[in-house]
Ligand binder design. Structure first.
Ligand code: SAM
Length: 354
């Protein structure tokens, strides 16, 4: 009997949790200097040695470690990204998305499919961002995970868009400032404003260290107000956290603070109208938004070209001016559109039901 490929899909939780515990115990960091036995690794990481030996065998089959002898294991090239200090580390992304909180929301997906209510809210009674304000440790993991993703896409953005044309760029919901720092480094005369909730800004000192003299860090709530006076505004991976009503409220607030000649750059993953195997990362992320935030990844028309966005992008309803297309391989963020605010217009309404 041939094995159905669905078996691997259905049992995908096993590798996910094996990789998660590897990140949580810091096994990759401990293996970085060289191969270790299970007993040595257990001592380094505070694990139970006999159980760790079994995990290491599993990690060998998954290509994360290599078995050099009956009880000797080395980190593979693929496994390096689980090290906390790797430049392309995904450790915090793994801790966040395979960790117990997000894990529980995925486990409750059926109820979301029945009711439409996102599992995170059902389980915690809070939005994720309210939850972060109450849980410093989890918030720190979230911020680091966002920065890991952003560091992967920032080079593509600054290579594709000339930020030197602006005097000031404001990154709204800019998290720890990793993207804004990369933007500021790309244009030595540019000034920046990093705007986020206090919990989002918590770790911004490090990423902004070398551009701190050109950057203002402003705590605030983009549903309440948005800094005025910037030449360009950036919203990266922000609208996807919210349903259409909330996303439109953010856009309305941004529009109200923009000068007529200012620009808004929206960076989001874009779901193709017709998905294929290449869309996998984006549509999985969309399901994560479905259960974890109540937001969604949107189609190109849903976020970038919807005539209903004309209130933001152009009072006359002209086509948006797509300024940047990021290559697909840059961490999946590839849809970027720039909008010029021209004159008054009716309030934007965002529809992704297309
Ligand atoms: C998915 S993260 C994206 C962070 C960053 N833009 C990036 O791409 O790495 C969403 C960000 O929006 C911020 N945020 C959520 N609600 C906010 C609010 N009401 N006002 C300002 N920022 C908010 C969060 O703190 C978080 O940093």
């Amino acid at each position: 009997m041939t094995r159905s490929p669905l078996m691997d899909l259905a049992f995908g939780y096993m590798p996910a949790q094996i990789v998660h515990v590897t990140a949580e115990l810091g096994l990759a960091d401990a293996l970085a200097p060289g191969p270790l036995s299970s007993a040595q690794l257990a001592k380094e990481t505070g694990a139970h040695a006999p159980s760790l030996l079994r995990l290491l065998r599993a990690l060998t089959c998954l290509g994360v470690v290599e078995q050099r002898g009956p009880d000797l294991f080395a980190l593979t090239a693929d496994g390096q990204v689980l090290r906390a200090d790797a430049p392309d580390s995904i450790r915090s992304l793994v801790l966040l998305f395979c960790g117990p909180d997000v894990w529980r929301t995925w486990g409750d997906m059926a109820e979301t499919l029945r009711t439409g209510e996102y599992a995170w809210h059902r389980m915690t009674g809070m939005t994720p961002f309210e939850y972060f304000a109450a849980d410093e440790e989890f918030s720190a993991i979230f911020n680091r995970a966002m920065a890991e993703h952003t560091r992967a896409v920032a080079p593509g953005l600054v290579a594709a868009h000339d930020f030197a044309r602006y005097g000031t760029v404001a990154d709204l919901g800019g998290g720890d400032g990793s993207l804004l720092a990369a933007i500021l480094r790309s244009a030595p005369g540019l000034r920046g404003v990093l705007y986020d909730l206090p919990a989002g800004l918590e770790a911004s000192a490090g990423p902004l260290a070398d551009v701190a003299d050109r950057c203002e860090v402003v705590p605030g709530d983009f549903f309440e107000s948005v800094p005025e006076g910037a030449d360009a505004y950036v919203l990266k991976s922000v609208l996807h956290d919210w349903d259409d009503e909330k996303a439109a409220a953010i856009l309305r607030r941004v529009r109200a603070s923009m000068r007529p000649d200012a620009r808004l750059l929206i960076l989001e993953q874009v779901v193709p109208e017709v998905v294929d195997a290449d869309s996998r990362g984006t549509v999985m992320n969309d399901i994560n938004m479905l259960v974890s935030t109540g937001g969604r990844e949107r189609t190109d028309r849903g976020v970038a070209r919807s005539p209903r966005l004309r209130g933001v992008r152009d009072g006359r309803g002209d086509r948006a001016d797509p300024a940047v297309q990021l290559p697909r391989h840059r961490g999946g963020v590839r849809g970027v559109a720039a909008y010029r605010r021209q004159g008054a217009a009716r309030a934007p309404r965002l529809s992704s039901n297309i």
